[in-house]
Design a protein around this ligand. Structure first.
Ligand code: SAM
Ligand code: MG
Length: 260
């Protein structure tokens, strides 16, 4: 068979996350988190939607960081490293906390590998540790190997199942009031942020927990959990917009402080 006969549809498919890495390495500045964030927004708007916390909700999280001034932070759901880079750089550079440690849990080896490359390019590898595996298993490992989690003072919960750009294209954002059917990877709860996350963490008085996407795709069980006992959690809702759908699809964060 000749080359010409083989040719017709042999176009290699490049995953959007690989294109993202290429874009960052080609267009952002090394050791410059701000330029990586800027180029991420450009990519997400001009090329492919990305499920990072995005330009509108991030300042709302940063406001919480400003109040909390964490020295040890963890996040569940690293994806390509956007929130880890943005928040770790904010804590170090804007808040001046040079010795901050930021641990980011990521179930997908593929996502984690790209995130590590972007984090290295940002010059933040000594601050951010990406831990591969399902959050609950990684947590158990960390709990038995180190005393790390007894010191956590900020938690960012953002591990809902991937909402692919295909999904968005198929649904069209005008029909998105239809309930999402994604399930948590770990506990298979139909709610994106199952409350197991909080019950699995050691109770640390004063820890601030920010949960993303509590409206889209939504986290009713989680909200019921943190809102049900005011002696356990002081909790508030912060309204925002879904990442890269600002002014179109409502979303929000739940900010909770663990009281006891
Ligand atoms: C919404 S993305 C995270 C976005 C990221 N926080 C940001 O703003 O840049 C969710 C990520 O959580 C990961 N994930 C899902 N379930 C997980 C679990 N049980 N443990 C760890 N990571 C998980 C997914 O693979 C995905 O990369
Ligand atoms: Mg999110």
């Amino acid at each position: 068979m000749t080359q010409t006969q083989l040719a017709p549809t042999a176009v290699p498919l490049v995953k959007k996350e690989d294109s993202y890495l290429d874009h960052i390495l080609a267009h952002a500045k090394r050791n410059n988190p701000e330029s990586i964030i800027k180029e991420t927004h450009k990519f997400a708007i001009e090329r492919y939607w990305l499920m990072n916390v995005g330009p509108e909700k991030s300042p709302l999280v940063e406001q919480v960081l400003l109040e909390k001034r964490p020295k040890v932070a963890i996040e569940i759901g690293c994806y390509l490293g956007y929130s880890a880079i943005r928040f770790a750089a904010y804590i170090r550079d804007t808040l001046g906390i040079q010795d901050v440690k930021y641990y980011s849990f990521e179930i997908s080896e593929y996502h984690a590998n790209i995130a590590r490359k972007v984090i290295d390019f940002a010059g933040l590898s000594h601050i951010i540790t990406v831990i591969t595996g399902p959050f609950n298993e990684s947590l158990e490992r960390l709990l038995s190997n180190h005393n790390l989690l007894s010191k956590v003072d900020f938690v960012f919960i953002d591990h809902h199942k991937e909402l692919t750009s295909n999904y968005w294209r198929k649904a069209g954002y005008f029909t998105l009031s239809v309930t999402f059917s994604e399930r948590c990877f770990t506990c298979h709860s139909p709610n994106s942020h199952a409350c197991y996350v909080l019950t699995a963490l050691p109770c640390i008085q004063g820890t601030t927990i920010v949960a993303d996407n509590v409206i889209k795709p939504g986290a009713p069980v989680y909200l019921e959990y943190v809102r049900s006992d005011p002696t356990k959690y002081q909790t508030r809702f912060v309204e925002g917009w879904l990442e890269y759908y600002e002014g179109v699809i409502r979303d929000g964060l739940e900010v909770s402080v663990w009281l006891k």
